[in-house]
Design a protein around this ligand. Structure first.
Ligand code: FAD
Length: 476
């Protein structure tokens, strides 16, 4: 075996690629992981911003029902850098002389599915009538959610006929924050999954885990675990071409000129990068013909974050959903990072404001986005009027998440669909999850399972689902 021969080559060191490499190397396979960037984490990345002089990332959040990411975080030790929140704070803007109003939705002492009832009943952001109507609508996802994805969530919600306030203060914040797209462009299946998994099935499903260190450092733990198990990590190694050799093994050529060969190749990269690499195969190659036509059906949802450093604190909240605003979420990054045991990167009074499904902002200048953000902030954090803005930055991610467009499931491939030793991973593949770190982690493990099966040594790598709790154990 030459030094560049492996059992498996994984292209992509995002969550999907790292998850595949960790599972395969744990099973004893010799794995090489190649990524074109100088850091791991893929879209869940952080980097030293050259002009701000700060390590920035777009804050990512997991929830406790993300069984595979949580499992990888525990195995790798990254879990020591997760700050868990039992309740989600929501802020309404100040109006007519009244200050901003805070409500919490989260778990209480009651068993599932009633665990969030107390917070829900006492939340000021919804009227009593809206609470009753929302509870009745949510019951439709009690046992499950649609298994087919043809219906847009806009059609489902139109039948429920909620009030304008219920849409603005409940349905919109939760669906758009988790699926990163509009009701029209999201299927009821995945919206229903969010409500079922997070708010009904288990009393802990919606606990939020927020990484307290920059994201590439967080996912560095996953990479180190894979390396300790024998995986080789090659960064700054863009794969420009793949080819099948006469002995049926796969050869990957990186931008560094190095060649890697293996009988199994995992493409753990986004759908448009997958299409690009498959196009380097001969037109008649089944891997290309099997997959390419499906990739045309995928589209992205954009996400924008605004990063602000002030000379003093503007709020004590560590995070909050912002209602009736162009802004969706506030993360108090300094407080979140300062709470970390290693106390790294807790720089100044650093806040991140995020805008989900930011299709409008894609076409706006960074100056305009910053101006709009600064105009919104005093409505939620009046203390900002006394604070001095020290520096700011705007990150636009045009290709943040793939949209769970109605009917897309028919085009999401299984890991083994290309055939002939090529496997697919990535959040966009058929994971049963929307575009999330959990979807990515599952896809990597599913690809590892498909390879183990193809090699005649079937193994299961997926973590068990978060079990139903409370009364849901009898209901499901
Ligand atoms: C701003 C933002 C906020 C988000 N918030 C959340 C959140 O709160 N919670 C959540 O669960 N999810 C969130 N997501 C989604 C989450 O980041 C993704 O679903 C997940 O990271 C996808 O992982 P992946 O491994 O499938 O793909 P990627 O992360 O895209 O990884 C693919 C990797 O492949 C590499 N690559 C591509 N082409 C090549 C090539 N030719 N050669 C070599 N390397 C290549 C890339 O450099 C990259 O590292 C967010 C995404 C963004 C952008």
């Amino acid at each position: 075996m030459s030094s560049n021969s492996y059992d498996v080559i994984v292209v992509g060191a995002g969550v999907a690629g790292l998850s595949a490499a960790e599972a395969l190397s744990r099973a004893g396979a010799r794995v090489a992981v190649l990524d074109r960037r100088p850091y791991v984490g893929g879209r869940a990345y952080s980097y030293m911003h050259p002009t701000l002089g700060e390590v920035v990332d777009s804050q990512h959040v997991i929830v406790e029902c993300c069984a595979n990411v949580v499992d990888l975080a525990k195995r790798s030790g990254a879990d020591q850098h997760l700050r868990w929140f039992d309740r989600i704070p929501f802020l309404e803007p100040s109006k007519e002389g009244a200050g901003p109003r805070l409500s919490y939705i989260g778990s209480g002492a009651l068993p599932a599915p009633a665990h969030a009832s107390w917070s829900f009943l006492t939340a000021k952001m919804l009227s009593a009538g809206d609470k009753l109507a929302i509870a009745q609508s949510l019951l439709k996802f009690l046992r499950s959610y649609p298994q087919t994805d043809e219906e847009p969530f806009s059609a489902w919600i139109a039948r429920e006929n909620p009030s304008d306030q219920a849409i603005r203060h409940f349905w919109h914040p939760l669906v758009v924050a988790t699926l990163n797209d509009s009701f029209e462009r999201s299927s009821t299946k995945y919206a229903g999954q969010v409500f079922h998994e997070l708010f009904l099935k288990s009393s802990t499903g919606s606990r939020q885990g927020v990484p307290t260190i920059p994201l590439s450092e967080f996912y560095g733990y996953f990479a180190r675990l894979a390396e300790q198990q024998g995986s080789e990590l090659h960064l700054r190694a863009s794969v420009d071409r793949i080819a099948q050799l006469p002995d049926a093994s796969w050869q990957v050529t990186s931008s560094t000129g190095e060649e890697f060969t293996a009988p199994n190749l995992v493409l753990a990269i986004p759908f448009e990068q997958t299409a690009k690499l498959l196009r380097t195969l001969p037109e008649a190659a089944p891997q290309r013909a099997n997959i390419l036509p499906h990739l045309e059906h995928f589209e992205y949802g954009p996400y924008t974050t605004v990063h602000l450093w002030y000379d003093r604190p503007i709020t004590e909240l560590e995070q909050a959903g912002l209602l009736d605003s162009s802004l969706d979420w506030m993360f108090n990054k300094a407080a979140i990072r300062a709470g970390d045991p290693s106390h790294t990167n807790a720089s100044g009074h650093y806040y991140e404001l995020s805008i989900a499904a930011s299709f409008d902002e894609l076409h706006q200048s960074r100056e305009q986005i910053l101006a709009d953000t600064l105009a919104e902030l005093p409505k939620f954090f009046p203390g900002v009027l006394q604070a001095k803005l020290l520096k700011s930055g705007v990150l636009k991610e045009a290709k943040a998440t793939f949209s769970v467009l109605p009917g897309l499931d028919a085009h999401r491939p299984n890991a083994s669909d290309p055939g002939g030793g090529v496997f697919l991973a990535g959040d966009w593949t058929r994971t049963g999850w929307p575009s999330t770190m959990e979807g990515a982690a599952r896809s990597g493990r599913l690809a590892a399972e498909a390879i183990a099966t193809a090699c005649g040594a079937p193994r299961s790598f997926l973590a068990p689902e978060l079990p139903a709790s409370g009364l849901m154990r009898w209901i499901l």
